[in-house]
Design a protein. Structure first.
Length: 358
């Protein structure tokens, strides 16, 4: 992105800018004080400290259209009204740059997001209909915490203590102490724009099926019809003793009482029909997932880092069969280098734009 030509007036000096080693050409072009401005890095500005007295003195002279800033972690997260004259490519502090300059940059960012959505829409046109593989990342936008991220549930709780079949068999009551509040949260969660967009893409004929690792039923609630739940779901819970199945409303009613939910027939503690560590994945669901992955010409991965096997291997089946891979995820995945298109961002923002583009 180009910036306006430098003026003769000198920029406001910065007291502290991390990551020194300024590039003379940048500083000279910006008309900045060479001693006080350094390149801040490509992606983030760890800390920007402004001398209040100097800034306020210049404001009184009407020379600097700027305001105080405390700590800026990621300039890309700032709204246009929060920044004046701060450009996220390289740190430049200039004089008399209007509000419109920053607003123009924000508009350019939105245009870039639309262009990315258009590229994905183009893949749907060329290679679709697609099979979609979803992970926890699409549901975090509905307020459901994931399990495996640095701040996820397994960072706070040992999965072997609360998420393994051995642990359930040893102490089902302890496992239900962990799951009970989460069942209520999952039951109350609502589909977000990402779920709704996938359901709309299916309705329009651009999606064949959704293979999901999520247990939250949000694809179904959003209106998707062909949903393969490879890690089970909260839809039912089964008694390991007599085999009676309990639908979700009954499970929630049982959880309103004290202790672990007990089977209505035999009194044994029921087990949620989600896949625990140490259990096999549901055979019919996995067989269907393999068939879909091996027969589609386009697989779209949404909200998964592709770290949990065997489900993470499904895109490889698509690639081996000559299909293409597209990924929408916040952060890197294990198969980014094999993807025809990787969009780093929010499913709830990108997928509705894809629907609009189609």
């Amino acid at each position: 992105m180009s910036c306006p030509a430098a003026r003769e007036e000198r920029a406001v000096p910065l007291d502290r800018v991390l990551e020194p080693e300024a590039r003379p050409a940048d500083v000279e072009a910006a008309g900045a004080d060479f001693e006080h401005v350094a390149e801040a890095g490509r992606y983030s500005i760890p800390d920007v400290g402004l001398d209040r007295g100097r800034v306020h003195a210049r404001l009184e002279q009407g020379r600097v259209p700027a305001f105080e800033t405390g700590e800026v972690v990621d300039p890309g997260d700032l709204e246009p009204h929060e920044v004046i004259g701060v450009v996220c490519d390289r740190l430049r502090v200039r004089l008399r740059e209007p509000y419109g300059y920053v607003r123009a940059e924000a508009k350019a960012l939105h245009r870039g997001e639309s262009m990315s959505a258009e590229r994905l829409a183009g893949l749907f046109r060329e290679r679709g209909p697609a099979v979609v593989l979803t992970g926890a990342g699409i549901s975090t936008e509905s307020g459901i915490p994931d399990f495996r991220s640095p701040g996820g549930l397994w960072a706070q709780f040992d999965p072997m203590d609360y998420g393994s079949i051995e642990s359930f068999r040893e102490s089902p009551s302890r496992v239900w102490e962990f799951y009970a509040p989460r069942f209520s949260m999952l039951a109350d969660a609502k589909p977000n724009p990402g779920h709704l967009a996938l359901a709309e893409l299916e309705r329009l004929g651009h999606v064949t099926a959704v293979v999901t690792q999520n247990i939250d039923l949000l694809h179904e609630r959003a209106g998707s019809h062909e949903v393969i739940e490879v890690h089970g779901s909260i839809r039912t819970a089964t008694c390991p003793s007599c085999g009676r199945s309990h639908p979700l409303p009954d499970v929630l009613a049982l959880l309103d009482g004290s202790g672990a939910p007990a089977c209505k027939d035999c009194g044994a503690v029921i087990k949620p029909d989600v896949v625990f560590f140490g259990e096999l994945l549901p055979e019919a669901a996995m067989q269907r997932a393999y068939e879909l992955a091996g027969s589609t010409s386009l697989m779209l991965v949404v909200g998964s880092a592709l770290e949990v096997y065997p489900v993470a291997g499904l895109p490889l089946d698509t690639l081996r069969a000559g299909g293409a891979l597209a990924i929408v995820n916040r952060g890197p995945t294990a198969l980014d280098v094999k993807a025809t298109l990787k969009l780093d961002g929010s499913a709830g923002e990108i997928l509705p734009r894809v629907v609009d583009a189609l």
